[in-house]
Design a protein around this ligand. Structure first.
Ligand code: GLY
Length: 269
């Protein structure tokens, strides 16, 4: 009887420890050089509300003892479902007038990872990246193959028109008029002395992502993006590249990048 009591006490102690174990989550909704003054108050309010929902969705999972993987996916899905961020529903347009999305995920305990590039029909690309990690022998799938895999896995598939928003369409037209390929994260820097693609204030959005630490000490990171406006030739940025857009390793760090993919890739950030 004494032994059972001791075992129960040990379980209770472990469970109390688990309850109080630290956890953490951080999200991002895109880096841009814009200031508050560039963003209409109503838009800012809407974006902040979505960011808050995203953070809270991840926090709830972690507080209840859920995994960092579940937390980052929940957080990123909410950002992907909003037209206000350049990922999923709010993705920017390619030069051909399509939406091609990239996403990746990594967990830090065994460094398992999954990614998709150039998907056009998966409602939440981050769920496709997770399926690649958990249900395939591969780390990255691209294009039609990635879309087909997501469908096979029973993920939610939508008509490409789901990703067409007027705001992003107008953004593409302005980009074409300027005959450039503006980077979504570039803002004109007065006096910077270098040629950057000029973006109007309402065009500056970026990648989304989340990193989390769960109560078991496991890290995870997730990143999702529509890429850059007016991108061409099947361009793929850093976001689906493990070690560039996303990284998680329990012994060190979890990272989800935002910024200009070409620069991030070239510097092995
Ligand atoms: N960092 C997102 C991209 O450049 O595609």
């Amino acid at each position: 009887m004494k032994r059972i009591a001791a075992a129960l006490a040990a379980v209770a102690a472990l469970s109390a420890q688990a309850q109080s174990a630290p956890f953490a989550i951080a999200i991002h909704g895109g880096a841009g050089n814009f200031t508050r003054a560039d963003v209409p108050a109503e838009t800012e309010k809407q974006r902040l509300a979505v960011l808050s929902d995203s953070l809270e969705a991840g926090r709830r999972i972690l507080a209840a003892g859920g995994s960092s993987l579940d937390a980052v996916v929940a957080a990123v899905r909410i950002l992907e479902d909003s037209p206000h961020f350049n990922a999923g529903r709010g993705s920017v347009f390619t030069a051909e007038g399509t939406n091609e999305m990239d996403a990746s995920i990594m967990e830090g305990s065994h460094r398992r990872a999954g990614a998709v590039a150039g998907v056009t029909t998966v409602k939440n690309p981050i769920t496709a990246a997770r399926a690649v990690m958990e249900k395939s022998r591969h780390v990255m799938l691209s294009g039609r193959g990635a879309d087909a895999f997501a469908k096979e896995q029973g993920l939610e598939i939508v008509d490409p028109s789901h990703f067409r928003t007027q705001e992003r369409w107008d953004q593409l037209q302005r980009a074409k008029e300027r005959a450039g390929t503006p980077l979504d994260h570039d803002a004109p820097k007065a006096g910077a002395g270098k040629k950057t693609s000029a973006l109007a204030a309402d065009e500056k959005y970026g990648t989304v992502g989340a990193v989390a630490l769960d109560k078991s000490g496991n890290l995870a990171a997730a990143t999702s993006t529509g890429g850059i406006t007016n991108k061409r030739y099947g361009r793929v940025g850093d976001s689906p590249v493990i070690g560039a857009g996303t990284w998680a390793e329990n012994e060190s760090v979890a990272v989800s990048m935002t910024g200009t993919g070409e620069m991030i890739l070239r510097s092995a950030t």
